[in-house]
Design a protein around this ligand. Structure first.
Ligand code: SAH
Length: 255
């Protein structure tokens, strides 16, 4: 069973990891983890079951705020494309980006097989795309990804740069507190085995206040927050005001 790290270790962990050994804001071990499982990405009973289950909820939440149809959307850390594909099916023109090659190949293959219109995938760093195409997207989504990168605040900044003035930026991640440790790591990885052990590292979880701070620093305005709750008995997720474990925020870039 994992032990709960000391308070404050998130910052230390972030500063001591990754960044000095590579110029890319990515953790190669994290990318390898997602690549290894990539072939199962579209199996709704696999390790990706939680992403399949939360997808209709988050898609609805995003669509209600930003109106997906006809918009140009970017999905950052898209993996096998569960959200990117769903936004394209709702009528958006979608670009999905990730730094793990296998999930991207799975995403492309799925789009071909399912004949999803208007979705493209590219292996490119968020910061590099931000330098290449600033202010280009009506909607930027970055879901369940910030807790896997060495410097999440830099991703938040890049997402803000990529959005057009007046555009929307959505993030989702895991909160950092004893309850999220118990639910997202002990519960999900050890007791219920919804996720492989080692999927998440507690120190990299992000409090809503931290995420909101990074968003504001990046020039975004916080518009809305929602919690995503899970009942292990019914195996169902739903949106709620409880942000103590999994949560989303929606931000606007001032017009
Ligand atoms: N956003 C998708 C997938 C979440 S899994 C969804 O919610 O359905 C996390 C994804 O983040 C993986 O595909 C992983 O490869 C990707 N990732 C991790 N670090 C990254 C980085 N620095 N840049 C881009 N993608 C990254």
């Amino acid at each position: 069973m994992p032990s709960i790290p000391d308070k404050g270790s998130a910052q230390d962990a972030r500063y001591h990891r990754g960044m000095s050994t590579s110029s890319t804001n990515a953790d190669p071990q994290e990318l390898a983890k997602f690549s290894e499982l990539a072939h199962k990405w579209w199996d709704p009973e696999s390790e990706f079951r939680p992403l399949h289950q939360i997808n209709p909820l988050r898609l609805e939440w995003i669509d209600q705020r930003a109106g997906v149809a006809g918009k140009r959307a970017l999905d950052v850390g898209c993996g096998g494309g569960i959200l990117a594909d769903a936004m394209a099916r709702r009528g958006a023109k979608v670009l999905g980006i990730d730094l793990a090659s296998k999930p991207l190949k799975v995403a492309m293959l799925h789009a071909l097989e399912a004949q999803t219109p208007n979705v493209e995938y590219r292996e490119v760093a968020t910061e590099a795309l931000a330098a290449e195409q600033p202010g280009s997207f009506d909607i930027v989504t970055c879901m369940e990804m910030l807790e896997h990168v060495p410097d999440p605040s830099a991703i938040v900044r890049a997402c803000a740069t990529l959005a057009r003035p007046g555009g929307w930026v959505f993030f989702s991640t895991l909160n950092r507190n004893p309850k999220s440790f118990l639910f997202a790591i002990v519960g999900a990885e050890y007791v219920l085995r919804l996720l492989p052990r080692g999927t998440h590292e507690y120190a990299k979880f992000i409090r809503p206040s931290e995420l909101a701070h990074w968003a504001r620093e990046a020039g975004l305005e916080l518009a809305d927050t929602s919690g995503l709750e899970y009942n292990p008995l019914t195996r169902r997720y739903w949106l709620s005001g409880d942000t103590s474990v999994n949560y989303m925020i929606g931000c606007r870039k001032p017009a």
